[in-house]
Design a protein around this ligand. Structure first.
Ligand code: GLU
Length: 299
C-alpha cells in the first residue's frame, strides 16, 4: 500500500512552496488509495522549535491536510538513529571526521556542485575509529546511482561528486539530516518521497545510505520550486507568504488550494476549492516540472 509523507523542518513558517509540496504528496498518496503522514524533522538543534512545528501542523490542517496516524518528531527518535549508526559501524562503513568548517572551506577546491553543495573530499577517510562521540561520515562506494523520478524522469548521479561522504553524526551530538530522513522513511515504511527539487542532488547519497542499511528504495518525485513574482526564491520571505499572512490579506485556504491545485495541473484555472475536489484530477503526467510563480496580487 502507498505511504506518502511530508517532512518539514520546524524552523519557520510554511510558505507556498512548502504547502505545494505537502499538497502534491497528499494528492499522490491519497489518489493512489494510500495513506499519508507528517513527520517533523527537528534534529537540527536550536533552529528547530516545537511551537513552529505546531504552527505548521495547524496550517496544514487548515488546508485539510492531516496526518493518517501520529505525527512523529525526530528529536524523540535518537535511539533508532544510534542503532543505525551501530549497524553501519559494524559493517565498516563509518569513519570519524576531524575537519572543521574552516578546513572544509579551504579544501573546497572543486567547483561548487549543484545548488551550492560542496562535496566532501574524503580527507579523513584514513582515520582510525575513535568511538561514537565523534563527527561520523559514511564511506560511499564508487560509482554513479541511477534512479527514476516520477516527475523529471530517469536520473543518474555520482554521489561522490555531489555530496561526497555524507556526515551522519555531528560533533555537537546532533544526528544529521541524511541519517534521520533515511532511517525514518525506512522505519515508517514510506513508499513515495515527494519533495522540492532543491533536494534532488542529495537523492543519490540517500539511496547509498538506504543500501548500506538494507532499506528498500521509495519512489521519488522532485517538484519545481515556487518563486516570488520577480523570480526570487521564497525561502527568506517565508513569513510573507505563509497562510496567516495571506489570510490577513483576505486570501483564504480555499483560494490557496485553488491556486496550488491549478499549479499542479489539477484545475484549468485557479478557482477556490477544497482539497477533496482535487483528488480525482491529480496525475503526475499533468504536473508541470518547472518552477511556479506566486500570483502578483499575493506577493
Ligand atoms: N526536512 C527536509 C526539509 O524541510 C525535507 C526532507 C525530505 O523531504 O526528504 O527541507
Amino acid at each position: 500500500m502507498t505511504l506518502g509523507r511530508f517532512a518539514p523542518s520546524p524552523t519557520g513558517v510554511l510558505h507556498l512552496g512548502n504547502l505545494r509540496t505537502a499538497l502534491a504528496s497528499w494528492l499522490s498518496a491519497r489518489g493512489a488509495g494510500g495513506r499519508w503522514i507528517i513527520r517533523m524533522e527537528d534534529v537540527d538543534g536550536p533552529r528547530c522549535r516545537r511551537d513552529l512545528g505546531e504552527a505548521q501542523l495547524r496550517d496544514l490542517a487548515a488546508l485539510g491536510l492531516e496526518s493518517d496516524g501520529p505525527v512523529l518528531w525526530q528529536s524523540d527518535r535518537g535511539a533508532l538513529y544510534r542503532e543505525a549508526l551501530a549497524a553501519l559501524h559494524g559493517a565498516g562503513r563509518l569513519y570519524p571526521c576531524a575537519c572543521t568548517r574552516k578546513d572544509l572551506q579551504l579544501l573546497a577546491s572543486a567547483p561548487h556542485a549543484e545548488d551550492g553543495l560542496r562535496p566532501y573530499p574524503g580527507r579523513c577517510r584514513g582515520r582510525a575509529w575513535e568511538g561514537f562521540d565523534r563527527a561520523l561520515r559514511l564511506r560511499l562506494p564508487e560509482g554513479a546511482v541511477a534512479w527514476e523520478d516520477r516527475l523529471i524522469g530517469p536520473q543518474r548521479d555520482d554521489p561522490a561528486a555531489l555530496t561526497g561522504d555524507p556526515l551522519l553524526f555531528r560533533r555537537d551530538g546532533c544526528f544529521a539530516y541524511h541519517l534521520a530522513v533515511v532511517v525514518d522513511d525506512g522505519a515508517q515504511g514510506v513508499t513515495e518521497v515527494v519533495r522540492g527539487t532543491d533536494l534532488r542532488p542529495v537523492t543519490a547519497t540517500q539511496i547509498r545510505l538506504q543500501e548500506a542499511l538494507g532499506l528498500p528504495r521509495p519512489a521519488y518525485a522532485h517538484l519545481g520550486m515556487v518563486a516570488a513574482p520577480d523570480g526570487s526564491r521564497l525561502g527568506k520571505r517565508a513569513g510573507a507568504l505563509g497562510l496567516e499572512a495571506l489570510e490577513a490579506r483576505g486570501i483564504i485556504p480555499e483560494d490557496i488550494l485553488g491556486w496550488l491545485g491549478w499549479s499542479l495541473g489539477c484545475l484549468p484555472r485557479p478557482e477556490a476549492c477544497a482539497v477533496s475536489d482535487l483528488i480525482g484530477s491529480f496525475h503526475w503526467n499533468r504536473v508541470p516540472a518547472g518552477e511556479a510563480r506566486v500570483p502578483e496580487a499575493w506577493a
